[in-house]
Design a protein around this ligand. Sequence first.
Ligand SMILES: Cc1ncc(COP(=O)(O)O)c(C=O)c1O
Length: 398
Amino acid sequence: MQNHENPTPKSRVYLDHNATTPHSPALKAKWMEFIEISGNPSSIHQDSRIPKTILRETRQKISDLLSCSPLEIIFNSGASEGNSSVLKSAFNTLKETRNEFLVSQVEHPSIIKTAEYLISQGAVVHFIPVSKSGMIDMNFIRSKLSHKTALVSVMYANNETGTVFPIKEITELAHAQGALMHSDCVQLLGKAEVAFKELGVDYATFSAHKFYGLKGTGFCYVKKSTPWVPLVHGGGQERGRRGGTENVLGLAALNVVLDEIKNCGPKISEMKRLRDLMESKILSDISNVSITAKEGQRLTNTSSLVIDDVDGETLLMSLDLKFYSVSTGAACSSGNPEPSPVLLAMGLTRAEAQSSLRISLGWGTTEEQVVNFVNTLNEVVTKLREINLEEKKKENVG
Ligand SMILES: Cc1ncc(COP(=O)(O)O)c(C=O)c1O
């Protein structure tokens, strides 16, 4: 069915901001200036002056934002490195006395895969279940925490459903047993306004490309006196905590976007208005759609849908042809799309997980884009359902 009120947009509409964000306009404006910076921050001569200043200022801005000491920030390549570093640090330093870990089932693969590696090295990992509404099982945490627990790792918010977890409460439980607490905070900056220090965590991991900065740039918060073992050994950078010449241009870019993060409250509210508008239009215009984890606290930009009788991959590709970038939770490996482990862990059936679509809005998303997107989604879903029906009829006749 054609919808003539909904012309195909002339340029692409990006609705996949939980995967990565576009570079901020302020960063783009500065980029040609940055490309002239080439000195090594560790050198002694004059050419190291600007890179050193960039590192110092960026570190200071992060510590102002997180209300921590600049010494508690370690620059790295992003959250996969940060997450691996945290889990391995806790294991390598505490394994003789505490070798148990609690890790939520819906963590990013950089946590899950590291946890599996730790199991191969002798650690015991308890994977914390979540309910269909996305909530974490606090009783499970209480029952498994003990004097043997080294670390609890629960993300601030889930990248697929947007569910926000009660980190402060979990930290209190972990600390009461003398365990360390880590939170993957990748989906926090630019999407939620939080007094970070109140979360109380010992480790937190961040990635600049999730909040309008560059890929390959990240940082880790490590509370003073918390165990740390470098993942990358090298020339003493980051006070010996992470070897390798620092990503100076990535950090110059981070410096710019951090100024925007400080003032992004109105943008977060606007994303909520548009997300809510989008969801209510979807529910009123398209039949048999449900919103995953709608009941709990969610990031304001994220919407995870289950659209009955439609294959998520096919839907994604059809929307792509109409210039919309969205995502499914599916991890497509070797051409064999598997349903999202996160949605399966939440208790969705394989069929539900395979009919899922994630839409994540950003600072630049407009009302017009959202309304046109829902019209296009309606059109595509209607068409795919008609095709499905036709195929089923043919099968029955055959
Ligand atoms: C929750 C979460 N953690 C970690 C990562 C990995 O971040 P990076 O791309 O910086 O390695 C991602 C990115 O997809 C994520 O969404």
